[in-house]
Each structure stands twice: as C-alpha cells, then as structure tokens.
Ligand binder design. Structure first.
Ligand code: B16
Ligand code: MG
Length: 216
C-alpha cells in the first residue's frame, strides 16, 4: 500500500511544451535589442521566472536597462507570449499527461499544479485540463522561485497532505532540488544525466503508471 496521497506537476516541460513559445518571444525581444538568442540559451531558462529570465538574457546580450525599462521589456515579451498561448489546443498536451492525471484522480490521488508561470491558468484552460487539478499554485502565488520549495509546499498544504506523501514531476534541475528540499519524492522528466538526483527519471508521463508511483 502506497503512502503517496498527492501528485504535484510542473507545467512547462511536463504537461505541455510552452518552452517553444517562450523561446520565440524572448528571441524577438533580443533581436529588437540588437543581439541574438539561441535555443541553447533558452534551455537555461526552463523553470526560471520571467523577471530572472530577462535579467539573464540582458546579461548574455551585454545590455544594461533600468528597472522601469526591464518592466516594460518583460511586459512586451509576455504580450507576444500570451498571443501565442492563446491559440493553444488540447492537441499540445504532452503524451500521457492527461491519461496519468485521470488515472491519479480515479485512484483517489490528489493533484496539484506547481509552476513558476503566471500564465498557467490560461494554459490549463486552452488545453482543457483545468478540471483535472484540485489545486493550482503558480507564479502568482509564490514569492520564492525554485529551488526554494515554496511552490510545492504550498501545493501540499492546499491539498491537506504531508510533503512526504507527495510526488513532484519536474523537468528542471531547480525544480527537482525544490522537491527534495521540500521533503517530497520526485520524478524527473528528461535526461538522467541532468536530473539524476530524482527518485526516478522518465522521458515523459507516458512512461509513468500507478504501479511505478507505488514503488517509488
Ligand atoms: P511566465 P514551469 C516556467 O514554467 C517556464 O519553464 C519558464 O521558462 C518561464 O520563464 C516561467 O515559467 C515563467 O513563465 O512568463 O508565463 O510567468 O516550468 O515552472 O511550469
Ligand atoms: Mg518546467
């Protein structure tokens, strides 16, 4: 009998691949500022907040901006990003994600979202997944970014379960560290070389099952 009572899912890289839209919007901003932004750079921004992402991009481009200018740039990037995610459909849910969420709920396991994004509600709405989450904790509800465990601890608290009874699903190393710091089990989604600290590393939720959950 498993002690796991809840699963907490990161959004970008676990449920959907919004990184491609973040990349297009950041690249457009970088190009307007006169420098380039590669997919390789974009990898380093996965799971990183919008304001911190902008700081890093400006640093890589060798550009200095005031706080007010940074606010305007982040707002501009977000507008382009929102215009793109506004067209998302359920077809963009990553393989196995919806099925595993449904399997959890059918087994009486609670579900939460634990994401850095401030646009998570819109993404869940556009992909038709909102009803599969008991609780949504996202960038609007936390003050400390991963690897701080705040986002996952708030998720466990809102679900009314102990951290030790939770499994987190994460594609970013900072998210894996946050889950461990929070005293939770963690399934890494991606490469074992990068996410080796996780209890289990899979290519996607299509490889996850309730049996594997019970054996973590
Ligand atoms: P927003 P996650 C993260 O999502 C993304 O991986 C990261 O690239 C993005 O900067 C961050 O959300 C904030 O997103 O600009 O929409 O608030 O992986 O934590 O679900
Ligand atoms: Mg992620």
């Amino acid at each position: 009998m498993s002690i796991i009572k809840a699963c907490i899912f990161d959004l970008d890289g676990v449920i959907v691949d919004t990184a491609v839209y973040h990349y297009k919007a950041w690249k457009r901003l970088a190009n307007e500022l006169g420098f380039d932004f590669t997919e390789h750079d974009n990898e380093k921004l996965k799971g990183v907040s919008r304001t911190r992402s902008l700081e890093l991009i400006l640093k890589w481009g060798g550009v200095t901006k005031t706080a007010a200018e940074q606010h305007e740039l982040a707002t501009r990037k977000n507008q382009w990003y929102v215009d793109m995610i506004n067209h998302m459909t359920p077809d963009e849910i990553l393989p196995g994600a919806k099925e595993f969420l449904e399997a959890c709920r059918n087994a009486g396991i609670k579900t939460a979202l634990g994401s850095a994004s401030k646009n998570s509600m819109m993404i869940l709405d556009k992909t038709g997944l909102t009803h599969l989450f008991d609780v949504v904790i996202d960038g609007n509800k936390v003050s400390k970014a991963k690897p701080d465990p705040e986002v996952f601890l708030k998720g466990a608290d809102a679900l009314g379960v102990d951290p030790a009874e939770c499994v987190v699903y994460e594609d970013a190393i900072a998210g894996v560290e946050a889950a461990i710091k929070g005293g939770m089990k963690v399934v890494g989604i991606g490469s074992p070389e990068v996410l080796g600290e996780a209890n289990l590393v899979l290519n996607g939720l299509n490889e996850m099952s309730l049996e594997k959950l019970n054996n973590l």
